[in-house]
Design a protein around this ligand. Structure first.
Ligand code: M6R
Length: 363
């Protein structure tokens, strides 16, 4: 049932190109620069929209952070992601002009469902982005978009993160076109990147051997730091979460600019740093932070596209194909593989890490 893979997690990492094709199948009209999601969000409502809030936990929260950046940029609307267990509907928001999007793979996460109830009580319009047909969240919201990733058995979310971000990007294009905040040419560009996403992820999967070697070389670090800016920041958080969840190693992810405001004190030659150096992630600025950690002796692995001449600055480069705003999402696949191989060489219980459950149904 694991299709020849040692763990479900590795199988699911490899299923990403297929999952992504399913996520976009039949939903894109690239010629017109339009998206069809069978969503009942009238243009009139979308035009009066003032704010979009993504509520979620864990990996889904990181997908929400990525989406919030895309919404701000394309839909020209205030957008934020909030950790569901911290969420309150307060602070001068107009409920009629606020769209609350619950991002949840399982559709059963108690924290997310209870945050959603707070939003509904306040009168906000709600949308669910989920993987699970018939899940509780779908009964609570005004509209649902399925990510169509197929079942995910490993406790660590991998393919569903990728499919969440891709699906949320589709929603961003849909909303932006209805609001008239992007031209059909701009939409076509993002949509063509989305079409290229499965192939780009496949290219990363084809470089798996390289990641495995890097994991062997650096897997014994005292701690691991993941850094990135803009769309690279949620990917840094996600990279660290994945590594700590399955390897039980100490890992931290943060926006690269924050390094010098504290975490730099922890950096030594025993703390590998993994950096997102792609389009959409302010790679040049992040290189400054790479220099800061290198001068403290830290080995640096950069997931980099052509936007920077990464070879000159980092110890190891994982190549990310050109894909505009989706490059950080592709970089994340390297982080998934890195976490997997670090955990695997330590013999961890990868599909069922200690203390964790796939679906967290208590608050
Ligand atoms: O089913 P959900 O997307 O609502 O789950 C949210 C989190 O519990 C989940 O993403 C968790 O962080 C994963 N185990 C991370 O790999």
């Amino acid at each position: 049932e694991k299709g020849g893979y040692e763990h479900y997690m590795l199988k699911e990492i490899h299923e990403q190109p297929t999952a992504l094709r399913q996520a976009i199948s039949g939903r894109i009209d690239e010629m017109k620069g339009q998206v069809d999601l069978e969503l009942d969000l009238p243009a009139e409502y979308l035009n009066s929209l003032e704010e979009v809030q993504f509520i979620a936990c864990g990996t889904s929260y990181h997908a929400g952070l990525y989406a919030a950046k895309l919404f701000e940029e394309y839909a020209d609307v205030r957008a934020s992601a909030e950790i569901a267990s911290e969420y309150e509907f307060t602070g001068g928001r107009d409920p009629w002009r606020t769209l609350v999007v619950a991002v949840t793979q399982s559709g059963e996460t108690a924290d997310t469902l209870s945050a959603l109830k707070r939003a509904k009580r306040a009168g906000a319009r709600t949308l669910a982005v989920t993987n699970t047909l018939g899940s509780t969240v779908t009964r609570e919201v005004d509209d649902t978009v399925f990510i169509r990733a197929g079942p995910e058995i490993g406790v660590a979310a991998t393919k569903t993160f990728c499919s969440q971000v891709a699906t949320l990007a589709l929603v961003a294009v849909h909303v932006s076109r209805k609001r008239g905040t992007i031209s059909s040419a701009e939409a076509q560009e993002l949509l063509s990147d989305l079409r290229g996403l499965p192939g780009a992820v496949q290219q990363v999967l084809d470089a798996e051997g390289q990641v495995r070697l890097a994991a062997e070389e650096h897997g014994d670090g005292d701690a691991f730091f993941f850094i990135g800016r803009r769309l690279g920041a949620p990917v840094a958080l996600e990279g660290a979460l994945k590594l700590k969840e399955i390897s039980y190693d100490h890992a931290e992810g943060f926006p690269a600019g924050e390094l010098k405001h504290g975490p730099l004190a922890l950096v030594t030659s025993e703390t590998p740093v993994l950096a997102v150096l792609t389009e959409g992630a302010k790679a040049r600025e992040t290189l400054n932070n790479v220099k800061e950690v290198e001068s403290r002796g830290a080995p640096v692995i950069g997931c980099a596209s052509d936007v920077v001449d990464a070879e000159k600055f980092v110890d190891k480069v994982f190549t990310v194909p050109e894909l505009g705003e989706l490059e950080p999402l592709v970089a994340n696949v390297y982080f998934q593989l890195f976490s997997y191989y670090v955990a695997n060489q330590k013999g961890r219980s990868i599909d069922k890490p200690r203390n964790l459950a796939k679906s967290v149904t208590v608050e």
